[in-house]
Design a protein around this ligand. Sequence first.
Ligand code: FES
Ligand SMILES: [Fe+2]
Length: 461
Amino acid sequence: MIEADLSAIVNDINQGWIPANIYSDEGIFELEKERVFGNTWMFLAHESEIPEPGDYVLRRILDDSFIVVRDDTGQVRVLFNMCLHRGMQVCRAEVGNASFFRCPYHAWTYKNTGQLNGVPHHKDAYGGNKGLRKEEMSLLTPPSVDSYNGMIFANLDEDAPSLDEYLGGFKFFLDFYTRQSEAGLEVNGPQRWRIKANWKIGAENFSGDTYHTPHTHQSVVEIQLFREPKASKRKLGALYFSDIGGGTTYHLPPGNFDEKVAYVGYPESVIESMKRTFSPEQRAMISEAGFMPSAATLFPNLSFVHNWPQINEDGLVVPFISIRLWQPISATETEVYSWFAVDKQAPDWYKEASYKAYLMCFGSSGMFEQDDVENWTSITTVAKGQLAKKLKLFNRMGVDKEGELLHEPIKDWPGPGRAFTGFGEYNQRSLLRLWGQYMLGNDPVRAKGFTSTPMSPNRAE
Ligand code: FES
Ligand SMILES: [Fe+2]
């Protein structure tokens, strides 16, 4: 990928045109590995996955493997899963509990703090401490590790902005999915599977594609599984974007906070805790403004979904939350990680019903999931073609030919960033603009350039 080509691609994207081969080109993917995934905060795990000392899970940032572990003192650590001796993966099991990790190759053994503890034949092989001081050697860690609402992130960039700075205004929206009570989330999963689709397509879809729901998911609508299926319902919702991510909402029928949250199926105790943990502005987004968050994407590849299907013949509506990671394998393949997330304090009957709602809709057996993936694999396959190199996809919904907005942003939006009602590709454009800035080697978070991200293609960057 030569820089001139890349500038042309980014220029097209900024104008609302997507060169189709960005969804299949291996050269672009190689650059993404370094410039996007090497410089952004990547989600690894939720703390509730490792509740006890010694609990660990293996997670990756593309090709780098990490052990996310709670050490014996209770501290969460992220250890690079590569032996200091000759580079073998120290830990092979995806999940477990261990005080020590023993490398399978020559059995160097590390404490769950990462510190080297045991070396076979230490004296014979190295002359003891004369050749190898164990106390001075520890598994590597990513340059930056931090967490928000129990979500553990790492950044491979030495000079990365802090996680707090990175999340910026998107934290306001993240709380709806991850902080419904003081106790926080518990997650179940992840289910993992691979799809033959480029990672960006799912990320874009979850950031703002309200336009596809009535069509792609027509069968789900027809069987009346879903409470809010109609295009008219989607149109009344908001498309919001703040700093490093954005998403969609539904618009709820009139009512106060309690009534609106009860409408989507939350039990009373969860509603009470939401009232305590959400800020007045967060409550206002639901109560006065009437917007209930649905899908969202935090750049580059972490998405959320919140929906409220009907789970039985009696019409019982129960909401669910899923966290999902689009983990790239290549330009044309993605490993999907899908967690079920629920408030830790919620009643057991609700957790069970919510899990059922999740399984019906998303996850490897979910009806929505299967509909979506059919489109995404098809796009990726066609984007490999020769003629596809000439096609620039039309990413200009919501603006006219001159690039002027067809609708004004919502006035008095209670949250940070901006929001629109109606259909539009404002968020997909914003997400791809961020992608373009990282690809060109600019750090938009450091530059603070994105807070005023224009929504219409022809306005100045
Ligand atoms: S590579 Fe790990 S002990 Fe040799
Ligand atoms: Fe969908």
